[in-house]
Design a protein around this ligand. Sequence first.
Ligand SMILES: Nc1ncnc2c1ncn2[C@@H]1O[C@H](COP(=O)(O)OP(=O)(O)OP(=O)(O)O)[C@@H](O)[C@H]1O
Ligand SMILES: O=P(O)(O)OC[C@H]1O[C@H](OP(=O)(O)OP(=O)(O)O)[C@H](O)[C@@H]1O
Ligand SMILES: [Mg+2]
Length: 280
Amino acid sequence: MLRIAIPNKGTLSAPASQMLRDAGYRQRTDPKDLICRDEANNVEFFYLRPKDIATYVGSGDLDLGITGRDLLVDSGVPAAELLDLNFGRATFRWAAPAGTLTDVGQIGGRRIATAYPGVVGRYLDEHELKADVVRLDGAVENAVRLGVADLIADVVETGATLRQAGLVTIGEPIMKSSAILIGREEQAPNGAAQLLRRLHGVLVARNFVMLAYDVRADLLDQATSLTPGIESPTVSPLHREGWVAVEAMVQRSDVHRVMDELYELGARAILVTDIANCRL
Ligand SMILES: Nc1ncnc2c1ncn2[C@@H]1O[C@H](COP(=O)(O)OP(=O)(O)OP(=O)(O)O)[C@@H](O)[C@H]1O
Ligand SMILES: O=P(O)(O)OC[C@H]1O[C@H](OP(=O)(O)OP(=O)(O)O)[C@H](O)[C@@H]1O
Ligand SMILES: [Mg+2]
């Protein structure tokens, strides 16, 4: 049975469970449950603290896990990133009170508060900087005001928490993070390929829509250059002489522009449908 670690709480927990549900897996119904067996798919889910997930996967006690890229790096565990799951996007950044530090070069010798000492330590080593890392569990933005640090390194999503604390970011993000599927570097466990295919199917279904339209046959080349699809668009004859029906997958973020351009070209009966799931 494939054994998979997923976040039991926090930002990544609900979207991770939703993604697995969308991929056809059984998930816990009670948020307090710590294990859920999906007999039909031969998978067992273990609900764990996202910070601990890389440890379980790296040691081989669990086969796969869903965690944040920043948490994987922080753990220092040499597990492999198998798939970017495209949720839980955030940056990990330096921040200090406005008007104090302005450049990353100034962090050497300062006190840095963070809940991610692994990420900070790695950055300092790589840049040959020495600083005093103050390890906190959360609410790190308060650390400067309370006098325990000169700057912080923390997760920034909207930036609202930083603004509220009177902090401004310094320099470029230390890293960009999102939820990822992790596994061991050496060998893929039995059943992992199927899970990856299913999750990939969910990602594609979320990112693409199916676009169908009718167009005059002499405009087909121009129309299909707007909708090339992933492999190739499907073109079918229409009862109406000189017209064809086209179907193609289109990036969800692009679909309104593409529909406008198709209409301008003369395409009609332009219909968009969601893709529930797919295997490409
Ligand atoms: N707004 C956000 N706040 C915190 N973490 C976020 C946010 N957006 C994405 N993430 C990602 O979620 C992961 C952190 O999740 P974790 O559960 O450890 O903290 P949390 O969501 O802040 O929960 P809590 O602090 O209540 O335990 C990291 O990978 C982080 O990059
Ligand atoms: O950029 P924003 O959209 O404001 O989000 C980022 C903030 O949210 C998280 O805090 P959380 O609420 O999880 O509290 P914590 O510090 O106790 O983890 C994170 O640690 C930042 O503080
Ligand atoms: Mg938090």
